[in-house]
Design a protein around this ligand. Structure first.
Ligand SMILES: [Cu+2]
Length: 329
C-alpha cells in the first residue's frame, strides 16, 4: 500500500488496514476525477472560446461524453460505498465486542484539557461518580469512595495515560465533563467525538505494543558536527526522542538524548544514531475545544498481555499521573 508507507502514520490496529485501503482508493479516484474534469475544463475553454462562438445560443446540448462521465462516477462511487465502506463498517463498527471476547472495558472522560481514564478494577464494575466530588487534582472524575459504593473500591483512574494490552479487544465508553471533544488515536485509526451527557462506545484492538511501534517509527539522525555549541543544543532540544538501539556504548536504550550523550557519542566517533518517539502512540483531541486544546494530549501504553497484567498488579493507586515520565516528550 502506498498510503500506509508514504503519507499515513503507521497502523498498529487490527481494523486500520481496511480503513487505509479505502482512503487510498478514494484518493486515486479523486486523482482520476481531477485529471478528467480538468481536461474537460481545458477543452471547453478552447472549444467555446469567444472567437469561435461570437453568438451565445440557448439550444440544448446533444453531447454524450458528459453523460458517460456521470454514469462512470456514479458506478465508481457505488462500488466504494457498497463494496468497501459498508462492509468495513458492518464488520468492525456495528457490534461492540461481546463478553465472549473478554474485552477490556474502560471509561474515558474527556475534559478541558485532559483525558481521564477510568478502569473498573478486578471486579470489572465501575464505581459511581458524582459531580460534587470532582477535585481537579485528586479526583478528576468525582469517584465515590469504596465505603459508599463497593464497586468503586478497586477502581483506578489515570490521567492522560491509557494502559492497555495488545491482542485484546478494548471497549471504551466515551463521555465528556464539559464541552465536545474528540478521542483520536491515529496509530489505532480511532476517532470518536466525546459529547457531554452521552456515553458513546468505541472499540479497537492493537496488534502491536509501544516497543513495536517505536521499532517501526525509528529514524536515523545525523549528529551535529560538534557536541557543544548552538547546533548541539538545538539538536537536543528539537529531538527529544528516545534512543532505540543499544549499541551506543554507555547510552541506554530508551533514554532521551542529552548533551552529555552527544559528548559520549562524539568521543566514540559515532556520527548518526537511531531514535524513535518515547511515547509513539498519541491520544489527541480532534475537536477544537477551547484555548488549551493544543495541549489536550495523552499517551497509550500498549503492553504485551503479560506485562499489562503486571502493570495492573503493581500500579500505584495514589499516583495516577507520572508527570516526570510524561515530560520528556
Ligand atoms: Cu478537547
Amino acid at each position: 500500500m502506498i498510503a500506509s508507507s508514504f503519507w499515513l502514520p503507521p497502523d498498529i490496529s487490527t481494523h486500520g488496514s481496511t480503513i487505509d485501503l479505502i482512503i487510498e482508493y478514494v484518493h486515486w479516484f479523486m486523482a482520476a476525477l481531477f485529471v478528467v474534469w480538468g481536461a474537460y475544463f481545458l477543452y471547453c475553454l478552447v472549444r467555446f472560446r469567444e472567437g469561435a462562438n461570437p453568438q451565445a445560443t440557448y439550444r440544448d446540448t446533444k453531447a454524450k461524453p458528459s453523460k458517460v462521465a456521470e454514469v462512470v462516477v456514479i458506478i465508481v462511487e457505488a462500488i466504494l460505498l457498497v463494496g468497501f465502506s459498508i462492509p468495513v463498517w458492518a464488520y468492525y463498527r456495528s457490534e461492540p465486542p461481546g463478553a465472549d471476547k473478554n474485552p477490556l472495558v474502560v471509561r474515558v472522560v474527556a475534559q478541558q484539557f485532559a483525558w481521564n481514564i477510568h478502569y473498573p478494577g478486578p471486579d470489572g464494575k465501575f464505581g459511581k461518580s458524582k459531580p460534587e466530588l470532582v477535585d481537579e487534582s485528586l479526583n478528576p472524575i468525582g469517584l465515590v469512595d469504596g465505603e459508599e459504593d463497593a464497586n468503586a473500591a478497586d477502581d483506578y483512574v489515570s490521567v492522560n495515560i491509557f494502559h492497555m494490552p495488545k491482542d485484546r479487544d478494548v471497549l471504551v465508553r466515551l463521555s465528556s465533563k464539559d464541552v465536545i471533544h474528540s478521542f483520536a488515536v491515529p496509530l489505532l485509526r480511532v476517532k470518536q467525538d466525546a459529547i457531554p451527557g452521552m456515553e458513546i462506545p468505541i472499540w479497537f484492538k492493537a496488534e502491536k505494543t509501544n516497543e513495536d511501534a517505536q521499532e517501526i517509527m525509528k529514524r536515523s539522525f545525523d549528529l551535529p558536527a560538534s557536541p557543544e555549541g548552538d547546533d548541539a543544543e538545538t539538536f537536543v532540544k528539537e529531538n527529544r526522542l528516545r534512543v532505540t538501539m543499544a549499541k551506543y556504548g554507555s547510552i541506554e536504550t530508551g533514554s532521551t538524548i542529552s548533551m552529555e550523550d552527544l559528548k559520549t557519542l562524539s568521543d566514540a566517533n559515532v556520527t548518526s544514531i537511531e531514535m524513535a518517539p518515547g511515547y509513539p502512540v498519541n491520544i489527541q483531541c480532534a475537536q477544537l475545544c477551547g484555548l488549551g486544546h493544543y495541549r489536550m494530549k495523552g499517551q497509550m501504553k500498549i503492553y504485551e498481555p503479560a506485562d499489562y497484567e503486571e502493570w495492573v498488579s503493581t500500579r500505584d493507586d495514589d499516583e495516577f499521573f507520572d508527570e516526570d515520565e510524561f515530560d520528556d516528550e
